[in-house]
Design a protein around this ligand. Sequence first.
Ligand SMILES: Cc1cc2nc3c(=O)[nH]c(=O)nc-3n(C[C@H](O)[C@H](O)[C@H](O)COP(=O)(O)O)c2cc1C
Length: 184
Amino acid sequence: MSQSPATDQQLHARVWQELQCASRDRLHEWRTPVLATSGLGGGVDARTVVLRGTDGDAQTLTFCTDRRSPKVAQLRAAPLASLVFWSRQLSWQLRVQAVFSVQVSGPQVDAAWLAVSTSATAAADYLGVDAPGALLAEGRTAPGDRHHLAILTARVQSMDWLELSPEGHRRGLVSGSGVDWLVP
Ligand SMILES: Cc1cc2nc3c(=O)[nH]c(=O)nc-3n(C[C@H](O)[C@H](O)[C@H](O)COP(=O)(O)O)c2cc1C
């Protein structure tokens, strides 16, 4: 296991490095964070999503979804949302506040669809005639002939990092300008 980051710069770099690894490595525990959004009728909603891409310079994280899924309408209505990552291996939790934007067309969506459509199973996730969450007609949903893939881009506003350790827990608010250390 890598050493725990000692300096502010090391922590900032390691967090983005782990996020990048998670977007590429199916086995990385940060691959599947929980995305929490504001519900349309009040309250909150949360679900697991797959981290598909990262850009440390732009401070963005990307995800794929069906554009008809309820989370898309929720994010359009209230773009500020939270992601929670936990890795038992790292003993690290990361809570990210981010402003989300939704893309349903354009070169980035086309490229993502090209990549997804190399796997029939993966493509099927975005080809359903019925929207995610709709009542099942006749017990099953049928594939349609056009995809509904959308890209969610999360522009990171703040990152709250927590390391659990027998030597003492550590917690820091990680931003481009450094780390504010907090009581865990
Ligand atoms: C391990 C795992 C990974 C998932 N990844 C995604 C994903 O990347 N995108 C997505 O839209 N839904 C994903 N889902 C399904 C969502 O958790 C959720 O059930 C679905 O998107 C409907 O969410 P909504 O009704 O809040 O829009 C995943 C579920 C699991 C269990």
